[in-house]
Design a protein around this ligand. Structure first.
Ligand code: ADP
Length: 256
């Protein structure tokens, strides 16, 4: 009899005899199944843009290149699909890196005011295209002891979604409050919302409520998985409340 370090809730369990080993085998099988599913999902996700790229190149080679208007249209599609591929590879690498991290590295004391400014600079252009206003609200000057890039990535993924799944001319409010050793981030949008039945699943890898919409928006289906892993790394919590048609609010609490 042995005790597996990994079980369904990722905690160590006391050695409880023969039954535990059956549980362990079940858990190992479950993990293997999760891994197989992940590899098959990744393969599918990578193949889709690649098939499209190769198809358009073939069509160009067999004559379409002579019609400049058509050629430019096809090259634009190839460009978009290549970007999708590149985003997907970045997200897969990021997820795999963070999934293999037990403790955080590169921790530094930095201020959230600067992080908010950097996020604004990165996402302002995307928001502007849809007429969306980004409101950053912060109480005084908040510092945090954490890996700056991870906190920034976590917020970028949430704000990016809040823009992607928003309505034209909507708003996104991003708040940070520090109280008694806990930092609370709130990201609220006025977008399409999420039906209650989907909320428990949105943090799963490659889970999308509307696959077509996510793909059109350049989504990889991995953004919230990355967020969840970063929150777990800091022993934090994440809560979602949403009203379909009115908007969604993500609240993250980090005991840092
Ligand atoms: P994606 O790349 O598809 O956006 P995510 O992991 O970031 O993947 O999100 C998973 C799914 O959750 C999205 O496809 C979308 O259906 C839903 N979702 C995430 N954020 C929001 C939001 N702010 N408003 C509405 N739906 C959202």
């Amino acid at each position: 009899v042995y005790t597996s370090p990994i079980n369904s809730n990722n905690t160590k369990q006391p050695n409880s005899g023969g039954i535990a080993s059956i549980h362990d085998i079940t858990n190992i099988k479950k993990l293997e199944q999760i891994r197989t599913e992940f590899v098959s999902n990744v393969t599918h996700e990578l193949k889709t843009p690649l098939t499209s790229i190769r198809g358009f190149i073939e069509t160009l080679k067999s004559g379409a290149i002579d019609d400049k208007t058509v050629a430019v249209k096809f090259l634009d599609i190839i460009d978009i699909e290549s970007e999708r591929l590149s985003n997907l590879i970045n997200d897969i690498l990021q997820l795999s890196e963070i999934e293999n991290t037990m403790t955080d590295s590169d921790i530094s004391c930095h201020n959230i005011n600067d992080t908010f400014k950097e996020i604004y600079d990165i996402l302002e252009g995307v928001a502007e295209k849809k007429g969306i206003k980004l409101h950053f609200e912060i109480e005084n000057y908040i510092t945090i002891d954490a890996n700056k890039n991870r906190i920034k990535q976590m917020l970028i993924n949430l704000v990016d979604n809040a823009i992607k799944y928003n309505k034209d001319n909507g708003t996104v409010t991003i708040k940070a409050i520090k109280k008694e050793g806990t930092i609370t981030f709130t990201i609220k949008d006025t977008g399409i919302g999420i039906d209650e039945e989907h909320i428990p699943r949105i943090f799963e890898r490659f889970y999308r409520v509307d696959k077509g919409r996510s793909r059109n928006m350049g989504g990889t289906g991995l953004g919230l998985s990355i967020v969840k892993h970063i929150v777990n790394l800091y022993n934090g919590s994440i809560n979602v409340t949403s009203k379909p048609g009115s908007g969604t609010e993500f609240i993250i609490q980090l005991p840092i």
